[in-house]
Design a protein. Structure first.
Length: 134
């Protein structure tokens, strides 16, 4: 009996998001594992960034990226890393700018992955981290 029973629809698991608290200029990184029985994970990923005040969603922003354009191999299991900078622009990272910096806010990153056959994973979301005021 094989322990790796992959499904036709991509399965996404959030492994981590760091740091637990981000200050101005911090690099936030989320890591996820994606599995797919056919290994055709080269279509796209939708990255969703959410900002909260307690349990209330303040903003939701999403970006669709081509996995083939990111050089994702044709494999049954891949690791995705989403990296953003908080409050300060770094050329190599996407910027998340919190326009209301007077208060600490919660932040999460979610993912939906689509394979070449058009199968779409369920939406998964990281735990919330704190964006410190600055």
């Amino acid at each position: 009996c094989s322990k790796d029973k992959f499904k036709t629809v991509p399965q996404v698991s959030i492994e981590s998001i760091t740091p637990d608290e981000a200050v101005n200029g911090a690099i936030i990184e989320m890591t996820a594992t994606v599995t797919d029985q056919e290994g055709d994970l080269q279509d796209s990923v939708i990255v969703v960034r959410k900002r909260f005040n307690g349990d209330t969603e303040l903003t939701v922003d999403s970006t669709r990226l081509s996995l083939k354009g990111l050089g994702v191999p044709n494999k049954q299991k891949i690791e995705l890393r989403v990296t953003v900078s908080y409050g300060r622009l770094f050329p190599e990272y996407a910027l998340f700018q919190d326009l209301e910096r007077n208060f600490d806010r919660d932040f999460s990153i979610g993912l939906v992955v689509m394979d070449n056959a058009g199968n779409r994973s369920e939406y998964v979301e990281s735990k919330k981290i704190v964006l410190k005021k600055f």
